[in-house]
Design a protein around this ligand. Structure first.
Ligand code: SF4
Ligand code: SF4
Length: 182
């Protein structure tokens, strides 16, 4: 985890990031079980695909796994704290927002500063489906709508990117995209 994030929750029965994220060091593609996942069932909503459990090499896991910043686990991400204040909510996430339950994994962007961030100063939150179609399900939609009321959210599905956010932030994104095609 990165330094500005403080872990207050535990992964427990979730192993969403281990299957959703690509791990270059392990040559593991996105949406594929990691060979180091323990063969224990994880909890999923009824009807969601059944996949396997937590890390069998936790103390020796790759750097990419160590630095991955799952927002569900984070209490003191500065932007999330501001959001909680804005909504007068003590906690930003509901229990049901956990990635293995909502089907949506929200995480901080990669370490490299993107051209969008360089040009606009905005740091989007990345969102990925844990299983196909999760973003259209009620729990996933609710979570994405809540976050995109306040934050720029990039939903990554394969090669597709869906950008959601407050109107003024979307306007900046449009201006950035238009400048790139000129
Ligand atoms: S997605 Fe988040 S809560 Fe789930 S296992 Fe990964 S870090 Fe833990
Ligand atoms: S090495 Fe461990 S933490 Fe990293 S993806 Fe595999 S199971 Fe998950």
């Amino acid at each position: 985890m990165r330094k500005h994030l403080t872990v207050i929750r535990s992964c427990g029965e979730c192993a969403a990031c281990c299957e959703v994220m690509a791990i270059i060091e392990l040559a593991k593609p996105v949406h594929q079980e990691c060979p180091h996942q323990l063969k224990l069932p994880v909890i999923r909503p009824v009807g969601a695909p059944k996949l396997m459990g937590s890390c069998g090499i936790y103390s020796k896991r790759p750097a990419e796994c160590r630095t991955f910043a799952c927002l569900w686990l984070a209490e003191t991400d500065r932007r999330l704290m501001k959001y909680a204040k804005h909504r007068k909510a003590q906690r930003i996430f509901k229990a049901a927002d956990k990635p293995n339950i909502s089907g949506i994994l929200l995480h901080s962007p990669e370490k490299e500063v993107s051209p969008l961030t360089r040009a606009t100063g905005m740091v989007p939150v990345n969102a990925r489906e844990v299983w196909p179609g999760a973003a259209e399900e009620e729990a996933g939609q609710d979570l994405l709508e809540r976050f995109s009321e306040r934050f720029l959210v990039i939903l990554i599905r394969g090669d597709r990117r869906t950008i959601m956010g407050p109107p003024e932030q979307l306007q900046k994104v449009n201006m950035f995209l238009e400048a790139r095609v000129r």
